[in-house]
Write a protein that binds this ligand. Structure first.
Ligand code: AMP
Length: 129
């Protein structure tokens, strides 16, 4: 179910539980402010989720409320994940970043996450409605 975009941050969301160590994950990299782990239902050979450790619902929430150190760490971690997974332009065939937000973005987990997808041709960005 898509999330309610007007709801406050939900401490019981699945990524909050992963951050608290209550649910296992397959970590790719952990930094001071960010965690990257494999998606449980991969849609491509590379499908990694990158989340900030702070309680941010969506990209716009993070962009307006996070501190500079968190933002720098998060952006650099996403780039590192692309490199580590061998999909960056230096090594691989490229990648796609997706961050679904709210109802129209069909966001299922109400904690900011960027999907890093690659390892095969990903087709056009959106299917016609
Ligand atoms: P979104 O629709 O953008 O909110 O994507 C949520 C993503 O979280 C989906 O791709 C799920 O497969 C993924 N997901 C849900 N639970 C877990 C979990 N426990 N570990 C890893 N990925 C998960």
């Amino acid at each position: 179910m898509p999330i309610d975009p007007t709801a406050p941050y939900d401490d019981d969301n699945i990524f909050a539980k992963i951050l608290r160590g209550e649910i296992p994950n397959t970590t790719v990299i952990e930094t001071e402010h960010s965690l990257a782990f494999h998606d449980i239902t991969p849609q491509a050979p590379t499908h990694v989720l990158v989340i900030p450790k702070g309680a941010y619902v969506s990209f716009d929430h993070f962009a307006s409320e996070a501190g500079e150190a968190e933002i720098i760490d998060y952006v650099r971690t996403i780039g590192q994940v692309a490199q580590m997974c061998g999909v960056d332009l230096g090594e691989g065939g490229g990648f796609r970043l997706i961050s679904n937000a709210g109802r129209d973005g069909v966001q299922e987990v109400p904690h900011l996450h960027v999907h890093v997808l690659g390892g095969r041709g990903l087709g056009r960005m959106l299917q016609p409605a």
